[in-house]
Design a protein around this ligand. Structure first.
Ligand SMILES: CCCCCCCCCCCCC/C=C/[C@@H](O)[C@H](COP(=O)(O)O)NC(=O)CCCCC
Ligand SMILES: Nc1ncnc2c1ncn2[C@@H]1O[C@H](COP(=O)(O)OP(=O)(O)O)[C@@H](O)[C@H]1O
Ligand SMILES: [Ca+2]
Length: 633
């Protein structure tokens, strides 16, 4: 009986009879499993074949010849040509590998043309192998004999010309290539085949492998905020992202928002979510916030849960969210991918990455206010946001101006902070280790959580979280920040809390007590350097599951919406606009992922791994030992 898959060892006999190594002419073989391959049935020129029962084990010698190194079971192995040089090309279930044949000195030299000029390179080593994980192959296409393709410079070039001569049948594989600073690029390699049938066999085999990756999205719902950041959202999507989705066969339904909360409301009520494998937001953190509010709401309604009832156990969202950064800070993208680059984000979406993330729910007097995944900031960051909203016309620069202004204003706020420390977990906010792709701290701490801790209502009176575990602090604060993740962004590459974790079920509560302007500046500047921003007497940080804040002047139910409370509002406004008057406003506002909250007295709890992103966390820097493929685009 024939086995199930097929292994080809082929050669270009007509050109290579005298040149190709002995193994390819006299011992080349085809391991056939199942139906005969197009290559062997075609009787095509130059394909030598024989039958064998099994693919040889990894590294095993066969007929005196060591097979190419390959992880997993090999599905195909052929001698193909890349830019007129002979390569041993193999496909297993997990990797595609191509390695230049070292004895092929008669072939044209391999002349790489690089499209990523800043990439660190070594001299080309003809023997060097390229290995691409099948999970990072974006697409494969068969080249038409006389097809033209657009060059990077916009002109058109025939495939034949590019290959230097009539290259015959060929197929092109697009795949992910890593660049410095966590950026990903789409690279391409074209393999010329000795005959059409073999070419088609390669294309269909690679497509079959891609089809087995069930985590890849096929249909996406895309929301674009045309006013995010520098108002380039639509352009970024159309120029950089849509072509990649189309190339990878991902279909999209694109909605350009018409007003604030348009995307949120559409997700809540109108969107046919069952038709999609994910939602993509093109914009900044505020736009992402809209998306999660719509999705979380919709998930509860579809699951028969009342999202407003604090006693209900919330249902986590399984529909993944992709972020194409086009906003002003884009901290959620930066902290989950490592860079704010639309192409990189699009590629993470295409390959179907998944990254769980914690979500904080914010309540006021048991009434739900908002969710937060990155920064909840009172005092400095709340004031910066409030001030910056009036300067939206300035674009992202508004934050710099408001940042300097609020630093000079130097307001402090009195209040009481209570928190429930995260006990028995791995990791502290002062760790040197960082949350990275496949983080063990996140996995470990997730397992620690009792089912109850995931629930919306974790009532300290009824369960393990007794009142005695709460700690309370009173004082005057310049800033009260809760960072559920590092909050790294281009302004602060290590973030507000560099050791915070994306999915460990905790938030880092950072309290900056009243201090001099000079000391506060030292603290702020440390966000932009390697120095430890917590190593200051007036700063403390706690890893917590839950916290509450009550401003001094509103310790009863009368914590009204400040924007509706004329007296305080007017008073605060005067002082904000006249810093020299010396009056300190009683209240700041909470900056909740870039949105201003209506209340100051809040109760916050973390929901571990409550949403899923098309991301994988920041990857550890890779040592670039291999050359990139010539055609990175
Ligand atoms: C005077 C020197 C100041 C240096 C301070 C540097 C520290 C910067 C830390 C930034 C942390 C940002 C956390 C993320 C917040 C975003 O959610 C929010 C909204 O983003 P977007 O919707 O994309 O506009 N951005 C901000 O609140 C901006 C804070 C800027 C503070 C200077
Ligand atoms: N079409 C629109 N018109 C006006 N505001 C919008 C629109 N779509 C979304 N918004 C709102 O714009 C705000 C900022 O969006 P965001 O994408 O975060 O940009 P930025 O990073 O520049 O702040 C969010 O509060 C969002 O709700
Ligand atoms: Ca966290």
């Amino acid at each position: 009986m024939l086995p199930q898959s097929r292994l080809h060892l082929t050669c270009r006999s007509c050109q290579a009879q005298a040149r190709a190594p002995r193994s390819y002419h006299h011992q080349a073989q085809t391991v056939v499993r199942g139906a005969p391959s197009p290559a062997t049935t075609s009787g095509g020129v130059g394909v030598l074949s024989s039958l064998a029962e099994e693919t040889p084990a990894e590294g095993q010698e066969q007929d005196g010849q060591t097979q190419m190194e390959r992880p997993g079971r090999m599905l195909l192995l052929s001698e193909l040509r890349v830019r007129n040089a002979a390569y041993d090309v193999s496909l297993s279930r997990s990797v595609l590998t191509w390695k230049r044949r070292t004895s092929s000195t008669v072939y044209h030299p391999f002349r790489p043309r690089f499209c990523v000029p800043s990439f660190p390179r070594r001299r080309p080593d003809p023997g060097v192998g390229h290995t691409v994980s099948v999970s990072e192959i974006l697409s494969v296409r068969e080249e038409e004999e006389n097809s033209s393709r657009r060059r990077d410079d916009g002109s058109w070039k025939k495939i034949k010309e590019r290959e230097g001569k009539d290259c015959g049948p060929a197929f092109t594989v697009s795949y992910v290539e890593r660049s410095p600073h966590h950026r990903w690029r789409c690279a391409e390699v074209t393999f010329a085949c000795p005959e059409e049938a073999l070419c088609q066999h390669w294309v269909s085999s690679i497509r079959e492998q891609l089809a087995t990756i069930v985590s890849r999205p096929k249909r996406l719902l895309v929301y674009i905020n045309p006013y995010s950041g520098k108002r380039q959202g639509k352009r970024i999507y159309e120029r950089k992202v849509a072509p990649l989705f189309s190339q990878a066969g991902v279909s999209t339904h694109v909605i350009v928002t018409e007003r604030a909360n348009y995307a949120r409301d559409h997700l809540k009520t109108g969107a046919e979510l069952q038709k999609f494998d994910g939602v993509v937001c093109v914009g900044g953190d505020g736009m992402f916030s809209e998306i999660i509010h719509g999705l979380i709401w919709r998930t509860q309604i579809d699951g028969g849960v009342d999202p407003n009832c604090p006693e209900e156990a919330l249902i986590p969202c399984t529909l993944r969210i992709g972020i194409i950064p086009a906003g002003s800070t884009d901290c959620i993208c930066f902290a989950t991918v490592g860079t704010n680059d639309p192409v990189t984000s699009a590629l993470h979406i295409i390959v179907g990455d998944s990254q769980p993330m914690d979500v904080c729910s914010v309540h006021h007097n048991n009434a739900f206010l908002q969710y937060s995944v990155s920064l909840l900031g009172y005092g400095f960051y709340g004031d910066v946001l409030t001030d910056s909203e009036k300067k939206r016309w300035m674009g992202p620069a508004r934050y710099d101006l408001s940042g300097v202004k609020m630093f000079l204003t130097h307001h402090y706020y009195e209040g009481t902070v209570s928190y429930l420390p995260a006990k028995g977990i791995m990791g502290t906010p002062r760790d040197a280790a960082r949350c990275r792709s496949g983080c063990v701290v996140c996995q470990h701490n997730r397992q620690l959580l009792p089912e109850k801790a995931e629930m919306y209502e974790v009532d300290e009176a009824s369960g393990s979280e007794s009142d005695s575990e709460w700690r309370t602090l009173r004082g005057k604060f310049l800033a009260i920040n809760a960072a559920s993740m590092s909050c790294a962004c281009p302004r602060s590459p290590k973030g507000l809390s560099p050791a915070a974790h994306l999915a460990d079920g905790t938030t880092d509560l950072i309290l900056v007590r009243k201090c001099s302007r000079f000391d506060f500046l030292r603290h702020l500047l440390r966000h932009t350097s390697k120095d430890d921003q917590f190593d200051l007497a007036f700063v403390e940080v706690h890893r917590v599951r839950r916290f509450r804040f009550t401003p001094r002047h509103c310790q009863s139910d009368s914590d009204l919406d400040l924007r509706e409370n004329g007296k305080h509002q007017i008073f605060s406004q005067i002082c904000r606009d006249h810093p020299a008057c010396g009056c300190a406003p009683a209240y700041s506002s909470w900056n909740c992922d870039g949105e201003i909250l209506n209340h100051t007295a809040i109760d916050v709890r973390v929901h571990c791994q409550f949403i899923q992103l098309f991301a994988r966390g920041i990857e550890e820097p890779k040592v670039f030992e291999e050359l990139p493929n010539p055609c990175a685009i």
